[in-house]
Unconditional design. Structure first.
Length: 573
């Protein structure tokens, strides 16, 4: 059994490396039904693969034809000779049709030479990341496309970017193009050129984003979107940003693209319409799938009450973080050590106490951050200097981050924050009460509440209750970035945009109720039972308070506290 499992895993990893994922048949039907509109449409599939899109295009054209002429209108190309041979076998002995399927690298094809100009381009390109491309090949293709299109591409671009831009050269004016793409181009730096290309060269009809927890391609590690384009002027065009909450049938999807008003009171998708001239390629386009986050009534951005900073980036974690045993063995002096959480898994709960720190020490975890601002001549006679020289023998001082520092072994300056956040999470991000006062590495963010807004421990815990609620989680998905399998990644500036309740406007009894609930939640998480029940109470209270803030102006809704325990005394942070 283990051999089979290992072989399967290797195959999946190879599939991911090559970026080859077969288009689901129902998606192929949906794409060709939108793209192909008339009997004489010429269709190009630049990456034939198993032929799913290719043959669905033929079937769609057959609806306009009474004979087999539809076969002659579809062209395909693939770098894989086996794929081309298999498609040819499925077509049959018709040589005139077989000649439409070419064994060639599409990125080296020339319009009106190997392939004609067409009315429709449909494609599920390979998703190979730039690290897995041959460097000479990548340079050749990038240079060729830049010379022919004038579009300067980042060398970090995945291969699907080259497919998208090159394919547009084969599309006739007023033609339609539909591409299945990883949604990361909406947010990453190299996607800026892609988005500018789309805005400048096409009417962007719609972008459909698929559910994070239901991947279009099961073995992929990225969420997927489909981009629907027309090659025509776009001055008055309105782009439909359609986010699916669940899968829908093709007719519903087509209707949503043509008439988004049909989505009113539907729960399988949401749509946001943005004028194309307003789209900013420099921004992260995932935000366009939602109404403006700042317009959520009754809430204020987190930056009003707190500042967020990335955790400490050392550039060499194995060197800069040590366990108790390593500290004793090396004899590193205590004055050069600070308590640190090096990994998110070291803080699996919603609070982190001094006892938790002691447990990590006893279990041999790396809990000490090594750092000094002193020059080496000031460190003579210390064991730290010996350790620093050892690091220099391993050329750690020449790494990207360390060589940029005035003193390479001096870590970034951060003070402990009372709240820390797990930077990335596949389940639910955790806003943790950092009671032990730990520093954290960049698997976390520091969240520093402002003293005027969050004045004591009760208000701090009330904030933590809200931040760990499902209301906050839903809003986090709107300000952050979601990848394959629901992986949520949040940058500091994105987190500062998170809408939260205006705690200044809450009555004291409401603040105390939330704080009490957070304490109960911490206890239930530690026990491993009762967590969901407490979360439901938090969500219910947050919902009531949010509704009140939306409708009651500055009067706080005075609710009874949810527990009859002794009322908490406000303590300084």
């Amino acid at each position: 059994m283990s051999k089979v499992k290992n072989t399967t895993n290797v195959a999946i990893e190879e599939q991911r490396k090559l970026g080859k994922f077969e288009t689901p048949k129902h998606i192929a039907k949906f794409i060709v039904k939108w793209a192909i509109r008339k009997r004489d449409d010429l269709v190009l599939e630049p990456c034939v693969g198993s032929g799913i899109l290719f043959f669905e295009a033929i079937q769609q054209l057959k609806q306009f034809h009474t004979s087999g002429d539809a076969l002659k209108n579809v062209y395909g190309v693939d770098i894989d000779s086996v794929a081309v041979e298999n498609v040819g076998k499925k077509i049959g002995p018709d040589l005139s049709v077989n000649s439409n399927v070419i064994h060639m690298d599409f990125l080296r094809t020339i319009p009106n030479k190997e392939l004609p100009l067409v009315d429709v381009v449909i494609c599920n390109p390979p998703y190979t990341r730039h690290q897995h491309l041959d460097q000479d090949y990548k340079k050749e293709i990038a240079k060729s496309i830049e010379q022919k299109t004038g579009i300067e591409l980042s060398r970090q671009s995945s291969i699907y970017v080259y497919f998208l831009i090159h394919a547009s050269r084969f599309l006739k004016e007023k033609g339609r193009m539909a591409f299945i793409l990883p949604s990361n181009f909406l947010n990453v730096n190299y996607g800026v050129a892609v988005k500018k290309f789309l805005v400048d060269k096409f009417r962007i009809i719609a972008i459909i984003l698929f559910p994070e927890k239901r991947l279009l391609f099961p073995n992929a590690i990225t969420t997927t979107c489909i981009v629907f384009l027309e090659k025509k002027k776009n001055k008055k065009n309105v782009v439909k940003f359609l986010k699916l909450n669940s899968m829908a049938d093709n007719q519903n999807l087509l209707s949503a693209i043509e008439n988004p008003s049909l989505l009113i009171q539907k729960n399988w998708a949401t749509v946001n319409k943005i004028r194309q001239v307003s789209l900013d390629p420099m921004k992260k386009w995932n935000h366009y799938f939602y109404p403006d986050i700042e317009d959520v009534r009754g809430l204020v951005p987190l930056k009003v009450v707190a500042k967020v900073k990335r955790g400490i980036a050392t550039g060499a974690n194995d060197f800069f973080t040590l366990s108790d045993e390593e500290v004793q063995k090396l004899g590193i002096e205590q004055r050069f050590l600070k308590p640190v959480l090096a990994r998110a898994r070291n803080a699996p709960l919603l609070d982190f106490t001094s006892k938790d720190f002691q447990n990590l020490r006893e279990n041999g975890k790396k809990v000490w951050l090594v750092s000094s601002d002193l020059a080496k001549d000031k460190l003579r006679g210390t064991n730290l200097l010996t350790y620093i020289k050892q690091g220099e023998m391993e050329e750690l001082h020449l790494r990207h981050l360390t060589r940029c520092r005035r003193i390479w072994y001096s870590s970034e300056k951060r003070s402990p924050s009372p709240i820390i956040l797990t930077y990335m999470s596949r389940k639910k991000p955790r806003f943790i009460f950092n009671e032990a006062g730990m520093l954290v590495l960049n698997t976390f963010h520091f969240v520093y509440p402002e003293g005027k807004a969050i004045r004591n421990r009760v208000e701090l815990k009330a904030l933590l209750a809200y931040l760990n609620s499902n209301e906050a989680l839903n809003l986090l998905r709107r300000v952050g970035r979601v990848y394959g399998g629901g992986l949520l990644k949040i940058e500091p500036r994105e987190l500062e945009r998170l809408p939260i309740m205006d705690f200044v406007r809450l009555a004291d009894s409401n603040t105390e109720a939330l704080a009490n609930l957070f304490e109960q939640l911490c206890k239930s998480v530690r026990k491993g039972s009762g967590e969901q029940e407490i979360l439901k109470e938090i969500d219910r209270l947050v919902g009531l308070l949010k509704k009140n803030l939306e409708t009651k102006g500055k009067k706080g809704l005075r609710l009874r506290t949810y527990f009859s325990s002794t009322e908490q005394q406000a303590q300084p942070l």
